[in-house]
Design a protein around this ligand. Structure first.
Ligand SMILES: Nc1ncnc2c1ncn2[C@@H]1O[C@H](COP(=O)(O)OP(=O)(O)OP(=O)(O)O)[C@@H](O)[C@H]1O
Length: 257
């Protein structure tokens, strides 16, 4: 059994008074320290699955456990980073990073050293006294990542955290997230619909198919240099995932007749 273990997970939402299956029979084991990307077309249930693992949603049947304990609600040991940064506009960069330390009741005298470490790690030392409105989108997302890391979570759940950023900022942050999360040995579950992003980040890519959301395939990514997006091995894996992604997008209705 994995550190995060999803067993026969099934999720229904009500639509027009009828139950609609969003996730069907999902089985997935994630090991401690693994970086997993959930990749799939729109509506394949990536966010629903992430939210169920993070405790924001309950599965309709089946189970999700973390370290052997059933997930029933969000916990302080796990943090979630969303696309919209979630920064408090009236607090500076430092003070936003401190937010998580406050909720974890880290003693006040220990906080400056922790904030200092993570503000530097995400390259915002020069902007530590600025307010969110004075930061670019990429800088704001760096703050939310620093805030997530600062509480030293066991698991970081990320739901398309780079979705709103321009291409260059996105590439830089992909490389940084990959480096930082590996250095810190974090277990990460990261939702994306960007194939290249998944190759850069993931130890394994879980490709989901839609209608209903289910696991199409799981592809390991064994790259020595993840930052070289032009290497033959990078392109090979990207193409392989692309093929699976295309298959996941095709209508599989014949299997249900
Ligand atoms: N709370 C809800 N109530 C009803 N239906 C929902 C709810 N949350 C999600 N859905 C439906 O579940 C399906 C899967 O949504 P989800 O956001 O998990 O997919 P996704 O793969 O993350 O999509 P995207 O890439 O577009 O964000 C969608 O059809 C969505 O409309």
């Amino acid at each position: 059994m994995g550190y995060i273990s999803v067993r026969n997970a099934h999720k229904e939402f009500m639509k027009d008074g009828e139950p609609l299956t969003i996730l069907e029979n999902i089985n997935l084991d994630i090991e401690r320290g693994e970086f997993i990307c959930l990749l799939g077309p729109s509506g394949s249930g990536k966010s629903t699955l992430l939210n169920a693992m993070a405790g924001f949603e309950l599965v309709t049947s089946g189970s999700i456990t973390i370290d052997g304990a059933e997930v029933k609600a969000p916990q302080l040991r796990y943090v979630t980073v969303f696309q919209n940064y979630g920064l408090l506009p009236w607090r500076t960069v430092e003070s936003n990073i401190e937010l998580g330390l406050e909720s974890k009741n880290v003693p006040k005298e220990e906080r400056p050293a922790i904030i200092d470490k993570y503000v530097k790690m995400v390259g915002l030392d020069h902007a530590r006294n600025r307010y969110p409105a004075e930061l670019s989108g990429g800088m704001q997302q760096r703050v939310s990542i620093a805030r997530a890391l600062a509480v030293d979570p066991d698991i970081i759940f990320m739901d398309e955290p780079l979705g709103a950023l321009d291409a260059l900022t996105r590439i830089n942050l992909q490389d940084e997230i990959s480096r930082i999360c590996r250095e810190e040995g974090k277990t990460v579950v990261f939702v994306t619909h960007d194939i290249e992003e998944a190759v850069v980040l993931a130890d394994r890519v879980v490709v989901l198919a839609a209608n209903p959301g289910r696991v199409q395939t799981i592809i390991p990514v064994n790259l020595i240099d993840r930052t070289d997006r032009t290497s033959a091995s990078f392109v090979n894996i990207r193409n392989h995932i692309f093929e699976q992604f295309q298959l996941a997008k095709e209508d599989k209705i014949e299997f249900y007749i």
